[in-house]
Unconditional design. Structure first.
Length: 314
C-alpha cells in the first residue's frame, strides 16, 4: 500500500472500533520499521487491558512485544534509553494516573535530551496511556492529566477522539523523532467509526472541524468530543448552529484553526474533562483573547470538571 497523508476522500473504508484502529496503526508501523517495539504490563499474551495490542505478540514475538514487570519507572527508563540509541519504543502505562511514577524519566530525561545535546539528540518514543473518567475505576484511575504534559517543554501531546484520528495519529507519533505522550480515553475504546482501508497518516498539529456551524464554537478533545457533538445537536433543535473543533493534538496545537472558527462564529466555549484550574482550556482561552478579542460577541466560557475539593465535605 502507498502512504497517503490525511485525506478524507480516500474511497475504501470500513467501520471499526477505536481500539482496533490503534492496533492496526501499531501493527502497520511494526511491519514497516523493525526498530519499532512495544513494552508494558500485560500487553503481550493478554493483549493489553483495553485489547489494543491483541495479536501483536503472535506476529512479532516476545522480543518486540515485551511484557514487563509492574515497575513503571524501570521499563519507561529502558524505553528512553532505547529511543536515544536508535530504537522506536512504544511504552504503555496502564493509566495516566500512574505517570506520577515516571515523571523523572519523562520530564527530566526524554523531554530534555534534545535540548541538552544542542538539538542533535532525539528521543523517538511514544508513551501510550489511558486517561479520563470511567465506570467504577476510583479516584486513582480516573484523572485527566494532560495539562501536566502540556506544560513540559520537549513533549508532544496527542489525544484522538475517533477511530480515524486514532490510527492516523498513532502512526505519525511513532514516526516522530520527539517523545510523544499519546493519551487515549478509556470510554472511547469501543467507539466505532469509518477508517480507510488504504494507509494514511495525520500530521501532528493539524486539528479538525468535527461539525461545521456558524453561531458558536465549541473547542473540545478526546472524550469530550462525543459530548460536544451531542450538545450541538441538542442546540440545533433550538435553531443554534454550533461548530465543534477538535485540536486532536494539544502540542503542537492548531491555533489557527481555532482562531478562524471563533472569528467566524464570534462565540467560544471550551470543554475539558479535567478540572479547570491550570488546565489546557485556560490556555486556549488566553490565546483566543489575544488573537480574536475584537471578534467576540460574548465572554469566553469554559466547561470543566469539578475540583476534588468541591466533591467532598470540608
Amino acid at each position: 500500500m502507498g502512504l497517503n497523508s490525511e485525506s478524507k476522500n480516500i474511497n475504501e473504508s470500513r467501520v471499526i472500533m477505536y481500539r482496533e484502529a490503534l492496533n492496526e496503526g501499531i501493527r502497520e508501523e511494526m511491519q514497516r520499521d523493525s526498530t519499532v517495539f512495544v513494552m508494558g504490563e500485560g500487553i503481550g499474551e493478554r493483549g493489553g487491558s483495553y485489547k489494543v495490542t491483541v495479536g501483536l505478540i503472535d506476529e512479532f514475538g516476545p522480543k518486540r512485544v515485551m511484557d514487563t514487570p509492574i515497575s513503571e519507572a524501570s521499563f519507561t527508563g529502558a524505553g528512553v534509553g532505547a529511543a536515544i540509541t536508535g530504537m522506536r519504543p512504544i511504552v504503555e502505562i496502564l493509566f495516566v494516573d500512574f505517570t506520577a511514577l515516571i515523571i523523572d524519566q519523562i520530564a527530566n530525561q526524554a523531554a530534555k535530551y534534545k535540548f541538552m545535546t544542542g538539538g542533535k539528540g532525539r528521543v523517538p518514543m511514544v508513551l501510550r496511556t489511558q486517561g479520563g473518567v470511567g465506570k467504577g475505576l476510583a479516584a486513582q484511575h480516573s484523572q485527566s492529566l494532560e495539562a501536566l504534559f502540556y506544560h513540559i517543554p520537549g513533549l508532544k501531546v496527542v489525544m484522538p477522539s475517533t477511530p480515524y484520528d486514532a490510527k492516523g495519529l498513532i502512526k505519525s507519533a511513532i514516526r516522530d523523532d520527539d517523545p510523544v505522550i499519546f493519551i487515549e480515553h478509556k470510554s472511547l475504546y469501543m467507539a466505532k467509526g469509518e477508517v480507510p482501508e488504504e494507509e494514511y497518516t495525520i500530521e501532528l498539529g493539524k486539528g479538525d472541524v468535527k461539525r461545521a456551524g456558524k453561531d458558536a464554537t465549541i473547542i473540545a478533545w478526546s472524550g469530550m468530543i462525543p459530548k460536544a457533538l451531542a450538545a450541538a445537536e441538542k442546540l440545533a433543535e433550538d435553531g443554534i448552529d454550533v461548530e465543534v473543533v477538535d485540536p486532536r493534538t494539544l502540542v503542537p496545537m492548531d491555533k489557527d484553526l481555532i482562531i478562524e472558527s471563533v472569528k467566524k462564529t464570534e462565540h467560544a466555549v471550551i470543554a475539558q474533562e479535567a478540572v479547570r484550574r491550570g488546565g489546557v482550556a485556560s490556555d486556549i482561552a488566553s490565546f483566543i483573547q489575544e488573537k480574536a478579542f475584537d471578534y467576540l460577541d460574548a465572554p469566553i466560557e469554559i466547561v470543566a470538571g469539578k475540583k476534588y475539593a468541591d466533591t467532598v465535605q470540608q
